[in-house]
Unconditional design. Structure first.
Length: 90
């Protein structure tokens, strides 16, 4: 499971470093659907789970993570910290 988390965060960093020029993966990462949902609790989406993990474990927002991802070395440290805290909780 730690390997999956490591790969997921590495992929997110890769996508965040890509230029904005009509990249479908970056569009998918930041896309929010239009319209209203039904009444009740919102569905747990992949992005919401990633944001919750980022905020809960490291106290970072999505925009802060985007800035950190531009520096590969700092992003690698962040991924290592996320995976290390994940191991402790498991």
């Amino acid at each position: 499971m730690v390997e999956l988390a490591n790969r997921r965060w590495s992929w997110i960093g890769h996508v965040l470093r890509k230029p904005q020029n009509d990249d479908i993966t970056k569009e998918a990462l930041f896309w929010t659907p239009d319209g209203k949902r039904r009444r009740g609790r919102p569905w747990l989406t992949w992005r919401r789970s990633v944001e919750a993990e980022l905020n809960g474990r490291l106290g970072l927002t999505w925009s802060e993570a985007s800035r950190i991802a531009q520096d590969r070395e700092r992003w690698g440290d962040l991924v290592g910290a996320l995976c290390a805290t994940w191991r402790k909780e498991a």
